[in-house]
Design a protein around this ligand. Structure first.
Ligand code: NDP
Length: 288
């Protein structure tokens, strides 16, 4: 009886390296339980040489799908049967759906960010945005902001990475308003001075580097909204200062929740209970 019941349970997973600190199993399992869905979400720490075999395992084991996290969001694409236009444009997949043996890839990071930004601030269409960072999250964020009609300036410690990011995004639409700002005080002051929105897409300030910030914090001003995608710690040095100085500020918790909620919908076809997912993460944070 027990075995037959277990065989009906649908499996969803997380592929990454490492995965032990991820909040995704906590929030996804809470959502399945809340909606009484017989699904389970399990983390899998996959070594780089096993990525292809692990992706084939999604089909072989009949998983409904997986999330993909650092460092595999790009590398995983070559193993998929189909990817969405957005995932293809930014070269990043964070959600795989096993659709009758066909592995489809999606990105939900941009959607998670935009939904959270609109909840916390406003639609960024027409605003002057500065993005700090040029890694995977900066790419998804810049793409989402540009598609929404924002003007985007990118600041990154390693300028070459910012230039490469801007070049690849410009190839998607040459009319997009996109510039790279030098990582020196005067240029950053000018760009941040003109900004209505500043998004931190760097790992500066993230545990254990809690004392670092992506740029000098005295450049913040009261006309801007600051979105820090870091959520561990809950309040970074940047966020702390932004709450004192700026018109508003948000951490990355709801981006995390909404990207997970969008994955949940892809796998189950149902709206995810985002507030339940959020409170389950909050419980974990306060328990520890
Ligand atoms: P990547 O490793 O791809 O990129 C890291 C970026 O951070 C690079 O641009 C790097 O600059 C910059 N950086 C790192 N340390 C510093 C520092 N001390 N000062 C200035 N710049 C620094 O990471 P991701 O893009 O995947 O993630 C970036 C951040 O966004 C992480 O903190 C992550 O937790 C967060 N994130 C949050 C999500 C959410 O749902 N809320 C989703 C995804 C990411 P350089 O090129 O010079 O090395």
């Amino acid at each position: 009886m027990y075995l037959n019941e277990a065989a009906k349970t649908r499996t969803v997973g997380l592929l990454g390296h490492p995965v032990q600190h991820s909040y995704s199993p906590i929030m996804q399992n809470a959502a399945f339980e809340y909606l009484n869905l017989d699904y389970i979400y399990l983390p899998f720490d996959v070594d780089p040489e096993n990525l292809g075999t692990a992706v084939k395992g999604i089909k072989a084991l009949g998983f409904i799908g997986v999330n993909v996290t650092v460092p595999y969001k790009n590398d995983v694409i070559k193993y998929l049967d189909w990817v969405s236009e957005d995932a293809d444009s930014i070269g990043s997949v964070n959600t795989i759906h096993n659709c009758n043996g066909c592995l489809n890839g999606y990105t939900t990071d941009g959607e998670g960010f935009m939904k959270s930004l609109i909840d916390e601030w406003q639609n960024p269409s027409g605003c002057n945005a500065v993005i700090a960072g040029a890694g995977g999250s900066a790419r998804a964020t810049a793409y989402a902001l540009l598609k929404s009609g924002a003007n985007v300036r990118i600041i990154n410690r390693t300028k070459e990475r910012a230039v490469n990011l801007a070049r690849s995004l410009k190839k998607l639409d040459s009319k997009w308003s996109l510039e790279v700002v030098d990582y020196d005080y005067d240029d950053m002051q000018k760009a941040i001075g003109m900004a209505d929105l500043l998004v931190n897409c760097t790992s500066a300030g993230m545990y254990p580097n809690v004392n670092s910030s992506p740029f000098p914090l005295e450049l913040l001003h009261k006309e801007m909204f600051v979105y820090d995608q870091v959520y561990n710690p809950f309040e970074t040095k940047l966020l702390n200062k932004a709450k004192e100085v700026c018109i508003g500020a948000s951490n990355g918790l709801m981006m995390l929740v909404y990207q997970g909620a969008a994955s949940f919908k892809i796998w189950t076809g149902k709206e995810a209970p985002a507030q339940i997912m959020r409170s389950e993460i909050m419980k974990t944070i306060t328990d520890n």
